[in-house]
Structures are given as structure tokens and as C-alpha cells.
Write a protein that binds this ligand. Structure first.
Ligand code: TXA
Ligand code: MG
Length: 315
């Protein structure tokens, strides 16, 4: 792959204009959302989308999420429904991705959908992301801005450490407030949770007034965030550690003695926001194993345990 000089852009009108110009020319710009940093390209440009896969080293059969600036922009791309409207009213802008049937004339690159008849779409809440999407005024395909299989980035520096020289720019929108990828909800059939994330299954079910089913493991499409070993730090990860072994890097939760504490007060939302940043930090210490306190499996804890389970899976 050709070496690129990666520009670091500030979240200013000039920085956003530059980022939008790079997208129009078919380049790659990483940008902050409230969940994690995304590696964005013009979703209508085949070559630009192909270069996302190339920069990430990701197998090309995995579909990508498209980011839009407004509900109206989403409605131009997919067959909108009453359920979609209810959820958009309740959770957009925010960390919820909806998977809906794609319109035949949507103009989205086939590389984005990986040949599926559905499109994953979201309207991010981060103000820097919104301003940038408005400046570009088009659909932006963006997976998390990390090499495939690595920990997702929650700061501009994480992106630079991993992808510098392989992307055109990163627009620094600060630290991500949610810190975990969006919840993905399938809405092409009965509502189905495809990936737990920043919005809980119960909150979605309440707002829809319908049950939300869980994706069956055997129906899984092979995709990052759905494959078993993912979000992996270099170190091995040991889960549900109620005591620490000598030499381990200790990632605690609640009132425990440790190297980094996801939330001393046992607040799951705070823990989610810190998870990837602390995995990055502990991995950098060079220990062979990162041991992690038990995390309660409710609310945001479900998404945290999903990511930790993948980080700990056999590779
Ligand atoms: O928070 C997020 O969602 C971040 C930020 C950057 O928006 N993005 C993100 O993208 O996590 P990525 O590429 O790491 O994960 C995309 C997920 C994959 O698990 C993929 O399988 C699923 O979205 N996906 C995309 N299109 C789909 C579709 N048509 N049907 C089912 N799943 C789909
Ligand atoms: Mg990812």
C-alpha cells in the first residue's frame, strides 16, 4: 500500500472543510463519534471504500456502517418504517445502528453492504461528527479506526499510533464519551439485536413496545464485532478475576486495588467509557496478562462483557 502522510486536523471549520475535501477526493479520514473513532470514506465511492478495507487489513466480506447527518438523509438510502421512526425519535442522534432494506437506487458502493440487501445506518451524536457530516453532505462508510482485530480507538492518538501513514487524516474530536461501539439492531424482519452496545436491549424494547430477539449464533454473518476473537490487546486477557496473580496488569471494577479502575464507584456507563482506553494503557505496560474484575451482566455491562469476552477468546 502506498505510504500516505497522515494529517492531524483540529475540530474547526477549516479542519472539517479539509476533511470533507479529502472525502470528496476519495481519501480516508478518521473522525470521533460518541462511541469510538471511525475510519471514514465516501460510501458511494468503490475505490475509497476498498481503501478502508486495505488500511484496516479487514476481510472484504464484512459490511460497514454508513453515517449520515440527518434522518432525512437516512430515509433516502433505506426503506424507512414506523419502527425505525420510533427508534430514531427515541435514540437518534446516538449510539444505535439500524439495519434496514437498502433502496435499489441508494447509490451506495456494493463493498459497503458486502452484497447484502440491507444497509446498517446511524446518526452519531458527537457534535464534531455531526458538523463534519454536515460539511460533507453525503453518506460516510466508517468501521472503527483500527487495524482489524485490535482494540477500538477512543482518542485521536490511538488512531495515529495504529494507522499513521496508512490514512490521509484524523480529525481530533476529543475522547469518545460512550467508549463502546453502537448497538446494532436488525429491523429488516422482527427486531433483532445484532450487537450489544451503547443502547440497551431493554431500552429498545420499551421504546418499540415489542420484544427484541437475540441473534442466533448459527445465523451469524462473519463480521468484526461478531467474530469470536476481536478487540484483542497484545496481552492475554483473564476474565472474572476476583484475585490477582503476580505480574498481571490489573483492570479493576468497583472498590478494588488495581492498576486501572474502570469505575471505582461501580458505574457501568463510566466503565464502558474507560474500557478501551484502559486496555490500550495496560497493553502498553507490556504485561503478559491483563486480568479483569467481574463485571455485572446487566445494562451497559452486557456490552462490556461482550467486548471483554472477545478480547479474551482464543486467537
Ligand atoms: O459505534 C460504531 O458502530 C462504530 C462507529 C465508528 O460508528 N462503527 C463500528 O463499525 O463499530 P464496525 O465496522 O467495526 O462494525 C460494523 C458492524 C459489523 O459487525 C457488521 O457486521 C455490522 O456492523 N453490519 C454492517 N452492515 C450490516 C448489515 N447489513 N447487516 C448486519 N450487520 C451489519
Ligand atoms: Mg471494529
Amino acid at each position: 500500500m502506498a505510504e500516505r502522510v497522515t494529517e492531524k486536523l483540529g475540530n474547526t471549520e477549516a479542519g472539517r472543510a479539509r476533511a470533507a475535501a479529502i472525502w470528496r477526493e476519495g481519501g480516508l479520514v478518521a473522525f470521533a463519534t460518541e462511541t469510538v473513532y471511525g475510519l471514514g470514506a465516501d460510501a458511494r465511492n468503490d475505490r475509497a471504500v476498498a481503501s478502508i478495507y486495505e488500511a484496516k487489513g479487514r476481510p472484504s466480506f464484512n459490511p460497514l456502517i454508513v453515517h449520515v447527518a440527518s434522518v432525512a438523509a437516512a430515509q433516502e438510502l433505506v426503506d424507512w418504517s414506523d419502527a425505525a421512526q420510533k427508534l430514531a425519535d427515541a435514540f437518534w442522534p446516538g449510539p444505535l445502528t439500524l439495519v434496514l432494506p437498502i433502496k435499489p437506487d441508494a447509490g451506495i458502493s456494493k463493498l459497503v453492504t458486502a452484497g447484502l440487501s440491507t444497509l446498517a445506518i446511524r446518526l452519531p451524536a458527537n457534535p464534531a461528527a455531526q458538523a463534519l457530516l454536515h460539511a460533507f453532505d453525503g453518506p460516510v462508510a466508517a468501521p472503527s479506526a483500527n487495524t482489524s482485530g485490535q482494540i477500538s480507538p477512543t482518542r485521536a492518538q490511538h488512531v495515529l499510533d495504529d494507522l499513521s501513514g496508512r490514512i490521509d487524516a484524523v480529525l481530533d474530536g476529543g475522547a469518545c464519551s460512550v467508549g463502546l461501539e453502537s448497538t446494532i439492531l436488525g429491523l429488516a424482519g422482527t427486531p433483532t439485536l445484532l450487537r450489544p452496545g451503547g443502547i440497551t436491549r431493554d431500552a429498545i424494547s420499551d421504546s418499540l413496545g415489542l420484544p427484541v430477539s437475540l441473534r442466533k449464533e448459527e445465523d451469524a454473518i462473519s463480521a468484526p464485532g461478531q467474530i469470536k476473537s476481536h478487540y484483542a490487546p497484545r496481552a492475554r486477557v483473564r476474565l472474572n478475576a476476583s484475585t490477582w496473580q503476580p505480574g498481571e496488569a490489573r483492570l479493576g471494577f468497583g472498590p478494588v486495588d488495581c492498576d486501572r479502575n474502570l469505575s471505582p464507584s461501580a458505574d457501568l456507563t463510566e466503565a464502558a467509557a474507560n474500557l478501551f482506553e484502559y486496555l490500550h494503557q495496560l497493553d502498553a505496560l507490556g504485561a503478559d496478562t491483563i486480568a479483569v474484575s467481574p463485571i455485572p451482566n446487566h445494562g451497559m455491562g452486557i456490552a462490556i462483557n461482550d467486548r471483554l469476552g472477545r478480547a479474551a477468546a482464543d486467537r
